[in-house]
Write a protein that binds this ligand. Structure first.
Ligand code: UGA
Length: 447
């Protein structure tokens, strides 16, 4: 049984701690937030992630997982210390490393035995070397240590499955012995293990996220062109995806990427490039296309409602940046609601689990009890998040409750032909199909 400390019980830290415990290690997870640790000790999760509560409970019960606010307790007898603290966006788009710095200092001041410090947080290229300098400078007396980069590739909503079945494990270090020991920890996962230097490992994480964000902006650009030329982006993506050089994943056109990773990481990579005098044109295009998706929704809803939004009520189906999470960070819903409000609309919303988080950051948006309460009296509905429960709605009931049956499906969850047949004025994203135009007098009646 290996003993592991995990510093930071945010998203990545808590999943990492619980999963390593489940693999049979003894894990002590540390956070300086006393309230957060107290809640975890009571079995309350600070984040929503399917399966996490049960995983934590099982491993705490088995004595393999414990929580603390004390570095002394966390590091005592430990050979491995993961740093998994947040790296929020700084003022100029660079990553803010204050929590990484604080963790490195506390580790340095507390450690008494040789330690392998493994960085899991997404950090700018060069941070591993910087962390090593901080530890060296803050050790009261020299104790051997190594820094290894081990970037995480977890997705919110499927983080546990992603941890347990990784496509690869990336390890960066100049200390081959330390990298080998960290590789041993990951052996039960039966994944390819890539050992490289620190900076290259850090770069693999940014390049991976930037590539995925590029795929999303690419397909959204194609969606725009499909709309103009009468093609269907859903089928275009299927047709492209069969080519193994392209692949079918991350080709879902919609409202663009959100969340705590892609927006921040693409910006941080562009910032790193510019600091060194490079011109990351592609990354800027990726970000611009993404921002345009949110503006496009407001324009489209305006058009569908006859050119003006004053006095109109628009309902947002979904708020979270993607399904199966209550995370509102950088969710398209925030900009879309603001844009609609600025254009004069009253905005209401429903989300299965993100409404509590949304309330604080979406002023003036009324939260509704369910999708039908949202539909009642709405002039238009916008599908923002592709929650499964929205795919199963009684659409005839929705139509009858609405003031006007106008639906902008930002995630293409409905069949356009069926929606039109049901009497909706319906638009998806990047789909050539347009509802047959009503006769002139019918159109007037509908206004
Ligand atoms: C992303 C990466 O997928 C993980 O590999 C990585 O570890 C993580 O960032 C991170 O850096 O921590 P996550 O942000 O949880 O994970 O979410 P994704 O499932 O990747 O989705 C990101 C955004 O892209 C969502 O807003 C989603 O709606 C959007 N998306 C995704 C699309 O618009 N189209 C797609 O085809 C796929």
């Amino acid at each position: 049984m290996k003993q592991i400390a995990v510093v930071g019980v945010g998203y990545v830290g808590l999943v990492t701690a619980a999963c390593f415990a489940d693999l049979g290690n003894k894990v002590i997870a540390l956070d300086i937030d006393e309230e957060r640790i107290a809640r975890l000790k009571r079995g309350e999760m600070p984040i929503y992630e399917p399966g996490l509560e049960e995983l934590v409970r099982r491993n705490v019960h088995a004595g393999r997982l414990a929580f603390t606010t004390s570095y002394r307790e966390a590091l005592d007898g430990t050979e491995f210390a993961f740093i998994a603290v947040g790296t929020p966006e700084g003022v100029d788009g660079e990553a803010d490393l204050r929590y990484v710095e604080a963790a490195a200092k506390s580790i340095a001041e507390t450690m008494r035995e040789p330690l392998i410090v493994i960085n899991k947080s997404t950090v700018p290229v060069g941070t591993g070397d910087w962390v090593a300098d901080i530890i060296r400078q803050h050790q009261p007396e020299p104790v051997p240590f190594s820094v290894v980069s081990c970037p995480e590739f977890l997705r919110e909503g499927s983080a546990i499955a992603d941890f347990m079945n990784p496509h690869r494990v990336v390890l960066g270090s100049t200390d081959k012995d330390a990298a080998e020991k960290v590789a041993q920890l990951h052996l039960p996962l039966r994944a390819p293990i890539i050992v490289t230097d620190l900076r290259t490992a850090e770069m693999i994480k940014y390049a991976s996220n930037a590539f995925l964000a590029t795929k999303i902006s690419f397909i959204n650009e194609i969606a725009n062109i499909c709309e103009a030329l009468g093609a269907d982006v859903e089928e275009v993506a299927v047709g492209m995806g069969y080519d193994p050089r392209i692949g079918p994943l991350f080709l879902k056109a919609g409202l663009g990427y959100g969340g705590s990773c892609f927006p921040k990481d693409v910006k941080a990579l562009a910032h790193m490039a510019e600091e060194k005098g490079r011109h990351p044109q592609l990354l800027h295009a990726v970000m611009e296309i993404n921002a345009d998706r949110r503006r496009m929704v407001v324009e489209r809803v305006k058009e569908m409602l006859g050119g003006a939004l004053e006095g109109k009520t628009v309902g947002l189906l979904g708020l979270a940046f993607k399904p199966n999470t209550d995370d509102m960070r950088e969710s398209p819903a925030i900009d879309i609601a603001r844009g609609l409000q600025e254009a004069g609309a009253t905005v209401r919303a429903y989300d299965p689990i993100a409404m509590d988080n949304a309330k604080a950051i979406m002023p003036g948006v009324t939260m509704c009890a369910d999708p039908y309460a949202l539909a009642e009296g709405s002039d238009a509905l916008v599908v923002v998040t592709d929650w499964n429960e929205f795919k199963q709605l009684d659409l005839e009931k929705v139509r009858d409750l609405m003031r006007q049956p106008v639906m902008f499906d930002g995630r293409n969850i409905y069949d356009p032909e069926k929606m039109c047949a049901l009497g909706f004025r319906y638009h998806g994203v990047g789909r050539g199909y347009a509802c047959p135009q009503p006769e002139a007098d019918e159109a007037e009646d509908a206004m």
